[in-house]
Design a protein around this ligand. Sequence first.
Ligand code: ATP
Length: 237
Amino acid sequence: MSLLTLENVHSYYGHIHALKGVSFEVNAGEIVTLIGSNGAGKSTILRTISGMMHPRIGRISYDGQDISKLEAHEIVSLGMIHVPEGRGIFPTLTVRENLEMGAFTIRNRNLIEERMDYGFSLFPRLKERIGQYGGTLSGGEQQMLAIARGLMMEPRLLMLDEPSMGLAPILVELIFDIIQQLNAKGTTILLVEQNALMALSIAHRGYILQTGEITTSDTAANLKNNKEVQKAYLGVA
Ligand code: ATP
């Protein structure tokens, strides 16, 4: 069943036509990846879904409801969380305070502690750093914090923008392993990645985006074996 559907979505930055009729869907329970070069529009898609910007034309629906005109906080309350590129953590707040900010609509203190503990069970390193300022964490720890903060709202759909960016290979493995664990527990994942090989190794399906348009859509296994995709995105000569 389709959880999220984009139909002919056009988004602009002023006069810049960044998304030119994007259509795709994410089914409940899937990991779907969006792959494309720098500037293809991957981040713009996530921003448009999460209400940070609105499509000028087209429709976005979630669970059958048109969400194209909703504001970002309304999208969050529907269970969609966007972990942005660059992580967006608060550098002058501690790890604990960053996590609390992720649960800003929740009043129940026990629930907040419970979800924080869940984040710490995935990323024990964060618990060791609980009183440390976000800005002093390593890149990998900041990425862990950004994901753990996103999980404070128990999202049904988690949208991750370049979670592997700037991380050492061992941390990339860890982050991708956690994404798979979250998916196994029932969270639907929309994953934007430049590390196409890693993304396709955990995703069920993928879409290739070029200059604001989806050019290819297939299962992750087929995309991995697609000669054009290999040449353009997987570094295979
Ligand atoms: P990257 O991996 O480099 O972030 P991307 O595929 O996520 O690439 P977007 O960031 O979505 O690409 O950018 C899509 C297009 O929109 C690009 O042409 C980019 O220059 C333009 N763009 C992105 N953000 C803005 C902005 N704030 N103002 C103007 N143009 C923008």
